[in-house]
Design a protein. Structure first.
Length: 171
C-alpha cells in the first residue's frame, strides 16, 4: 500500500490511498473507509512547564475524565485533574526522559512528573488496565478536543469550585 501526503499540519496529516496493490491491506481498510477516502492520522505532542520533558502520543487519548479525588487535587494543586487514557506503548518520551521522577501515591499507582519544574505528566499502575497509562491533558501542546469528559470522584469535589464567579479586574 502506498500513501501520499495530501496536507500537513502541526499535529497530524491527511493521507490518501494511492494504490490498490495488497488485497489483504485493502480488505482491512475497507472496514474503516471506502477505497480512495481520506484518512486522518493525528500526532499529539506535549511537554512539561519548562519544556525539558517532551512526548508524543501515537494514538488518540480515550476515556477522558476529570478526577476530583483528593490525591489528584494535591498532585496538581487544583480542584481536579483531567486525564486521557492510552496504551502505555503509545506514549513516547522524545526528550528529557531522564528528568522524569515518580511517586507512588498508593500501593500500585505511580505518578510521573518533571524533576526540573514539577509538572505532573502521567499516572499508571491500574490493576484493571495494567497496559494503559493516563496522560495529563493540560500538558498537550497540540489541540485535542474530546467529545466527552466524565467527572469522577465528585464526592470529594472542592466545595469552592462552583461559586458565584465575579469577573476579574484587569491587572
Amino acid at each position: 500500500m502506498q500513501l501520499s501526503n495530501a496536507e500537513a499540519s502541526p499535529h497530524g496529516c491527511l493521507l490518501k490511498l494511492k494504490s490498490r496493490r495488497s488485497i489483504k491491506t485493502r480488505l482491512s481498510l475497507l472496514k474503516l473507509v471506502e477505497l480512495g477516502a481520506i484518512i486522518r492520522i493525528n500526532m499529539y505532542q506535549g511537554s512539561c512547564l519548562c519544556g525539558k520533558v517532551q512526548y508524543k502520543l501515537l494514538s488518540e487519548p480515550q476515556r477522558v475524565s476529570s478526577c476530583h479525588c483528593t490525591m489528584c487535587q494535591k498532585q496538581h494543586g487544583a480542584a481536579f485533574a483531567t486525564y486521557g487514557n492510552l496504551p502505555k506503548a503509545d506514549l513516547v518520551y522524545v526528550d528529557g526522559a531522564d528528568l522524569l521522577a515518580s511517586y507512588n501515591s498508593s500501593a500500585k499507582i505511580e505518578r510521573k512528573f518533571c524533576k526540573a519544574c514539577g509538572s505532573s505528566l502521567e499516572w499508571c499502575g491500574s490493576v484493571e488496565y495494567p497496559d494503559w497509562t493516563s496522560i495529563t491533558l493540560s500538558t498537550l501542546d497540540t489541540p485535542f478536543n474530546p467529545e466527552t469528559i466524565t467527572q469522577i470522584f465528585t464526592e470529594t469535589k472542592a466545595c469552592w469550585l462552583e461559586t458565584n464567579y465575579q469577573p476579574a479586574d484587569p491587572y
